[in-house]
Design a protein around this ligand. Structure first.
Ligand code: FA5
Length: 345
C-alpha cells in the first residue's frame, strides 16, 4: 500500500472507530492512539523524509487534512458523549420537587420555663432584681441560718436529698438564696431567686425536682400589707383580675407571722378534682414576715428593719395556668404533650 493509501485508510479507520466510541474514556484512548505523539499518524509520517520533495508536500497536506478530519469527528463525538453523560447523570439524580422537604422543627420554651420567665418579669417590672445560689447547698444556708437548727422538727417538713459531702444537701427550697442575698447586700433589698429545688416527693402535685421563685424585700417599715399587695399584683398579672386568692395562716421557722396562698383551682373551676384534692383550692406559695432570728443570723438589725419573704411553686402555677392535671406530665418529655405549648410565649 502506498503511503497515501495508508494515510487515507488510517483516517477512515479512525473516523469509524470514533463514531462507534461509547464513552469519553474510550474516546480519549482513540485520540492518543491516532493523533498522540507516538500515535499511528505520527508513525506513518516518519517515512515522509524518504520521499521526493514534490510528493512530500502532497502527502504532508493529505496528512494534515486527515488529522483535521479526525479532530473534527473527535470533537463532535466528544460533545455528543458529554451531553449523553450529563443526561445520564441528571436521570440518576432526579429530584422530585413535588415531594415535601425534610424539616427541622423549631424549638420552643417548656411551659415551666415560660411560666418562670413570665413570673420573674412581673417582679422585675416592680423593681426586684434577680439573685442566684447553688443547687448543692450548704446545710447552714438551707436550714441553720433560716432558724432551723439540726434537731428542729421542721427539718422533717422537707424530705431532703443528702449528698456524699458532709454539711451539704440538694437545696430543698430557694430560701437559702435569701440568706446569701442578706449576707452580701445592704437594705433596702428587693430580690427574687428563681431556680430548681429537690425533695423526696412524688404524686400528682409533687415532683422530686421542681422550681421555686423566692422573693425577699427588706427595708424600714415593710409590712404584711406590702406583702399582700405585691402578691396580689403578681397573681392578677399571671391569672387575670378575676383570680380567686386565699391567704391561710401557716408556719415557717424563718417567717413570723406566716401564711400560705391558695388559688381557686382552674382545672375543675372549684368543683373539686384530683389536682385540688377535692377542695377547689391549690396551694401555690408560702410567705411571711422575716423572723427576727433570721435577721440576727445575717447581721441585719431587727429593730430597724422589717421584711417579707415568699417562696412560690412554679409548676403549680403552670398547672393552674394551662389546666394540667398531673405535675409529672411536665417532666415526662412526651412530645405530644410538649407540642401543645408551642408558640405560647
Ligand atoms: C417553702 O419551700 C418555703 N421555703 C416557702 C417560703 C419562703 C415561706 C419564704 C416563707 C418565706 P413549701 O414547702 O410550702 O415552702 O413550698 C413552697 C411551694 O412550693 C408550695 O406552695 C408549692 O407550690 C411548691 N411545692 C412544694 N413541694 C413541691 C413539690 N414536691 N413539687 C412541686 N411543687 C412543690
Amino acid at each position: 500500500m502506498s503511503l497515501k493509501e495508508q494515510i487515507e485508510s488510517l483516517g477512515k479507520e479512525a473516523v469509524e472507530l470514533i463514531k462507534k466510541a461509547e464513552n469519553l474514556s474510550s474516546l480519549s484512548a482513540l485520540r492518543v492512539e491516532y493523533l498522540g505523539k507516538k500515535g499511528k499518524l505520527k508513525n506513518i509520517l516518519k517515512t515522509l523524509g524518504k520521499l521526493p520533495p514534490e510528493e512530500r508536500k502532497e502527502i504532508g497536506q493529505l496528512a494534515n487534512r486527515v488529522k483535521e478530519e479526525i479532530e473534527t469527528v473527535l470533537k463532535e463525538k466528544e460533545g455528543e458523549l458529554k451531553a449523553k453523560a450529563l443526561e445520564e447523570e441528571l436521570r440518576k439524580n432526579r429530584i422530585d420537587i413535588t415531594l415535601p422537604s425534610g424539616w427541622i422543627e423549631a424549638g420552643s420554651s417548656h411551659p415551666v420555663i415560660s411560666t418562670l420567665i413570665e413570673i420573674s418579669e412581673t417582679f422585675i417590672s416592680m423593681g426586684f432584681s434577680v439573685a442566684e445560689g447553688p443547687e448543692v447547698e450548704e446545710e447552714k444556708y438551707n436550714f441553720d441560718m433560716l432558724n432551723i437548727p439540726p434537731d428542729h422538727p421542721a427539718r422533717d417538713m422537707q424530705d431532703t436529698f443528702f449528698v456524699n459531702k458532709d454539711g451539704f444537701v440538694l437545696r430543698t427550697h430557694t430560701s437559702p438564696v435569701q440568706i446569701r442575698a442578706m449576707l452580701t447586700r445592704k437594705p433596702p433589698i428587693a430580690v427574687i431567686a428563681p431556680g430548681r429545688v429537690y425533695r423526696k416527693d412524688a404524686d400528682p402535685t409533687h415532683s422530686p425536682m421542681f422550681h421555686q421563685i423566692e422573693g425577699l424585700m427588706v427595708d424600714e417599715n415593710v409590712t404584711f400589707k406590702d406583702l399582700k399587695g405585691i402578691l396580689k399584683i403578681f397573681l392578677e398579672s399571671v391569672f387575670g383580675k378575676d383570680v380567686k386568692i386565699r391567704f391561710r395562716p401557716s408556719y415557717f421557722p424563718f417567717t413570723e407571722p406566716s401564711a400560705e396562698v391558695d388559688i381557686g383551682c382552674t382545672v375543675c373551676g372549684g368543683s373539686g378534682c384530683r389536682v385540688c384534692k377535692g377542695t377547689g383550692w391549690l396551694e401555690i406559695l408560702g410567705c411571711g414576715m422575716v423572723d427576727p432570728n433570721v435577721f440576727e443570723a445575717v447581721g441585719i438589725d431587727p429593730e430597724k428593719y422589717t421584711g417579707f419573704a415568699f417562696g412560690l411553686g412554679v409548676e403549680r402555677i403552670a398547672m393552674l395556668r394551662y389546666r394540667i392535671n398531673d405535675i409529672r406530665l411536665l417532666f415526662e418529655n412526651d412530645m405530644r404533650f410538649n407540642h401543645q405549648f408551642k408558640g405560647i410565649r
